[in-house]
Design a protein around this ligand. Structure first.
Ligand code: BGC
Length: 433
């Protein structure tokens, strides 16, 4: 009996070792990014601007909701330093700059427009264009005005009409400038934040999602009417299945036909040899071990799901713990190059990817804390009154990758592919599909 157990154990060990053998990444010739590829950086209003007007998030911060660990201070004052950040992006060779317009800033009271806020956004868009970049504008990045919160937020169907009026105003203003429009940033994460902050009862989440779907669908038509030829999307947050299937069924599956490209935000994967994503549940994102090949599975999955549509990596980046190096020595540059490699690998397999945005150009307020830092430029938001933008190692790396239109053909990822990735169980047998 003992002998049988021993043989079984040896067989399992051998099979496991074989399965875990790294895939011969170098044997696959990878193309560079296609012509016209969008090399981007991302930022978002509430997280970066400072001086926040009344909004759902301003209230969570002021009320020190459970999810809030750090005070907001003045974020990284993008409101006054946008010209500097846009210039930093340009100096890396970035071609697309993603920002959000804050509905709470533009319309602080129902129907009352803040002209200074509009002039500020006009200038941001002007600077982006003057720098030769394409603006990617997110209409809603997790925030809505305080007066909308008072009316029940997105559980109130009337919010759809109010949001469409705001969208009408913004799109008219920037129509004809070649803007890439994002209606809602990560709708399912927006829902989760509202749940976590106590704004959604158990039976209200569905109503919020249905109203977001309705707003997106009508917003899509409206944007096309006002800005013909524009490209419109909503970016989804990639999660390990089965969470992904649930998320998809509540939003992206319902906006089929109302997307010009699929926006994909990829941060964390899960596999039998990497379950560290569990740390995300406690917002300890820097403890999650990066899984770069996960971006490849995500791109393949969504290309299969939306066969005719191009895909765009609207967000990807690496959290560090307050700017400290990772314990495993994996750097922001390694992370960036490895993910680009897997995007190029997806291209090699015929997936149509038209852009990649790094999240984010600078560190910013991570929805309750400054501890997770994602910036190409790091900023000590709580301790440096000058809010100096200091380059991380990844600035030079991104500049070189953009100049070369990707990582070189012979690049070997530093991190080996996952074993038994939840996103594709064929990897249990050591094979990439
Ligand atoms: C969000 C960003 C956030 C980033 C990193 C995405 O879910 O769109 O607002 O900062 O992930 O956590």
């Amino acid at each position: 009996m003992a002998r049988r157990w021993k043989s079984a154990a040896i067989a399992i060990a051998v099979l496991t070792a074989a399965a875990q053998a790294p895939v011969a990444a170098a044997s696959v010739p990878i193309p560079r990014m296609p012509p016209g590829f969008h090399w981007g950086v991302s930022t978002a209003g509430f997280q970066a601007e400072g001086s926040p007007p009344d909004s759902n998030w301003r209230r969570y911060v002021d009320g020190r909701a459970d999810s809030v660990k750090d005070p907001y201070a003045n974020a990284v004052d993008f409101r006054h330093r946008y010209a500097e950040d846009i210039a930093l992006a340009k100096s890396m060779g970035v071609t697309t700059f993603r920002m959000s317009v804050e509905w709470p800033r533009i319309e602080p009271r129902p129907g009352a427009l803040d002209q200074d806020a509009l002039a500020y956004y006009d200038d941001v868009v002007r600077e982006i264009k003057a720098a030769g970049m394409t603006p990617m504008i997110t209409l809603t990045h997790f925030t809505h005005p305080g007066w909308i919160a008072d009316r029940g937020g997105w559980t109130n169907p009337g919010t759809v009409e109010s949001w469409l009026a705001f969208t009408d105003l913004v799109v008219r203003r920037y129509a004809g400038l070649g803007v890439l429009w994002v209606t809602f940033n990560e709708p399912t994460v927006y829902r989760t934040f509202e749940e976590r902050n106590g704004k959604l009862g158990v039976f209200q989440s569905g109503a919020m999602m249905d109203n977001l779907v309705a707003a997106h669908r009508r917003g899509y038509d409206l944007i096309h009417r006002l800005d013909p030829g524009a490209m419109v999307t909503s970016n989804l947050a990639v999660k390990p299945p089965p969470l992904q299937w649930f998320d998809d069924s509540s939003f992206v599956d319902k906006v089929r036909g109302k997307l010009d490209f699929v926006g994909i935000d990829y941060y964390y994967g899960a596999s039998l040899d990497n379950l560290s994503v569990i740390h995300a549940a406690k917002d300890e994102f820097w403890k999650v071990a990066p899984q770069p090949d996960g971006i490849y599975y995500a791109l393949r999955t969504y290309q299969r799901k939306f066969p005719g549509l191009p895909l765009y990596v609207v967000e990807n980046g690496m959290p560090s713990d307050d700017g400290k190096p990772r314990a495993d020595g994996y750097t922001r540059s390694d992370h960036l190059r490895d993910h680009l490699y897997w995007v190029q690998r997806a291209l090699a397999d015929g997936v149509r990817v038209i852009g990649y945005n790094y999240w984010s150009i600078t560190d910013n307020y991570e929805w309750g804390s400054y501890r997770s830092r994602f910036g190409l430029y790091t900023v000590d938001a709580l301790t440096d009154p000058a809010l100096t933008r200091r380059p991380t190692d990844a600035v030079a790396t991104y500049r070189a990758a953009i100049a070369a239109n990707g990582v070189p053909g012979g690049y070997l990822p530093k991190r080996r592919p996952a074993w038994c990735a939840f996103a594709d169980l064929r990897t249990c047998f050591g094979r990439l599909p």
